[in-house]
Design a protein around this ligand. Sequence first.
Ligand SMILES: [Zn+2]
Length: 212
Amino acid sequence: MGFPRQILLLGPPGAGKGTQAKRLSRELGLAYCSTGSVLRREETRPTELGAEIHGFLKEGHFVPDELVLKIVYHWLQAVRAEFVLDGFPRTLAQGSALDAFLAESERPAATAIYLDVPDEVLESRVSRRVCCDPCGNVWVRGEAPPKCPDCDGLVGPRGDDSLDLYRSRLAEYQNKTLPLLPYYEGHARLRRISGEGSPTEVFTRMMTALQP
Ligand SMILES: [Zn+2]
């Protein structure tokens, strides 16, 4: 038995899921998808879908399950590889839909990692961070390069990072995403770790928790 190779990064907004998921994908050779980045990219397009997504995101609401599932299934079918997903699933309905999808495709069930970070730590992180929208890379203000080294995108505060908007995303997360924890725990597929400390500390903790 090796490391799990279909991994979901769960945790509140600002917990560092993107940073950890990318590192995990490099370390274990897994395909990486951030549903948040995909949605934000779609949002800026002059399409009906873009306008629809913008309507949800600007209020700090979740995008409906149906729309997110369409995007994720499309991605999973296109990559046909083992994966790490960041920002998905966000609801119980998405989690059970993913299980059904993987079972139908005769793929193993995914393992969930939960990054646990206290609310007050999250708020202070969010108020200090800047990011690259297209790829989701994150830096602390003052330490960021002017352009993203990965995709050449502009680095700046993320539109959905104002504190009020952040709090409404956090409330939505607590209502809709937290119920996934007992779901994965019940299936013995949850690894819960602390998301506090430096990215390297968290990553080391995560690899230890994933060890077979
Ligand atoms: Zn970038």
